[in-house]
Design a binder for this molecule. Structure first.
Ligand SMILES: Nc1ncnc2c1ncn2[C@@H]1O[C@H](COP(=O)(O)OP(=O)(O)OP(=O)(O)O)[C@@H](O)[C@H]1O
Length: 253
């Protein structure tokens, strides 16, 4: 059996009397895309926050590459390979599209963010940044200021930045939320490609069942903070607990 790249054991967080994530034990493997589903308030985003280090666990553990990272902050976890698309909060609106990706390329390469490196980066760094913009179909917008982009373009840029950081584990929280119909396939194709390359581990929180069906190798279901199902998509989608707890009604055959 392969070693999990990410592993949570009895991971729990309480907010006052409310247990938002309740003793969740799950393993995530390279080359596998796991979709985390569940009703609103089930604890999906909170589980992500516990994995990426945005929230401290009340109890339980998070392991990345076999290392216990439970007490490490988000920056240390990022360096260990946990990458997360942060729903626009890590974009620099007053810099151009290219500059935003370039900063991520530089950060990955360990190049400091001096004013000089900001404005006169090496050709290779720019080429790498352009490569990631091509991947998200945004090369034509390289000179646009990020603050002027549509919501969908900002989400795509966020994916480019995440890719530029080259994490082993990629976490996407509803990556197509707020996108127009024609933008959605670009991001879905990309996530599909990312999963296939370099044995990466991909975690996705998603509500849209067509997206879940298109991408999932495995589905984890959270309900009231508890993991209630974990397995192959066909099996999990048909399980009684998912039909009742998540889908509400039985799926037509
Ligand atoms: N910082 C916080 N303080 C208090 N309660 C919180 C906090 N963050 C989340 N919660 C609560 O924890 C529960 C889980 O929330 P979470 O956002 O993780 O659910 P979710 O499954 O991602 O929902 P959605 O699908 O609506 O995004 C909710 O009841 C929420 O109100």
């Amino acid at each position: 059996m392969a070693t999990p790249s990410l592993f949570t054991r009895d991971l729990t967080i309480r907010f006052g009397g409310h247990v938002a994530v309740n003793a969740v034990t799950a393993e995530f493997y390279p080359g596998t895309l796991t979709v985390i589903v569940g009703p609103n308030g089930a604890g999906k985003t909170t589980y992500f926050n516990l994995i990426s280090g945005q929230l401290p666990a009340t109890s339980g553990s998070v392991f990345v590459g076999g290392q216990d990272v439970t007490r490490l902050g988000p920056a240390r976890r990022t360096r260990l390979g946990v990458g997360r698309a942060f729903q626009l909060t890590n974009l620099f609106p007053h810099l151009t599209v290219l500059e935003n990706v370039r900063l991520a390329v530089q950060s990955r390469a360990g190049i400091g963010m001096s004013m000089l490196s900001l404005w006169f980066g090496h050709k290779e760094v720019i080429q790498r940044a352009e490569h990631y913009l091509e991947r998200v179909s945004m090369i034509g917008k390289r000179a646009a200021y990020v603050g002027t982009l549509s919501h969908g373009d900002q989400r795509k840029l966020e994916v480019a930045i995440l890719l530029a950081l080259e994490p082993a584990i990629l976490m996407f929280d509803e990556p197509t939320a707020g996108m127009s119909v024609d933008e959605v396939p670009v991001v879905l194709d990309l996530i599909h490609q990312v999963k296939a390359e370099r044995n990466r581990t991909v975690l996705l929180v998603e509500h849209k069942m067509d997206v879940v069906r298109a991408l999932a190798d495995r589905i984890v279901v959270l309900h009231n903070g508890t993991l209630v199902a974990d397995g192959e998509p066909a099996e999990v989608m048909q399980s009684k607990i998912v039909q009742e707890a998540y889908l509400g009604t039985p799926e037509p055959a």
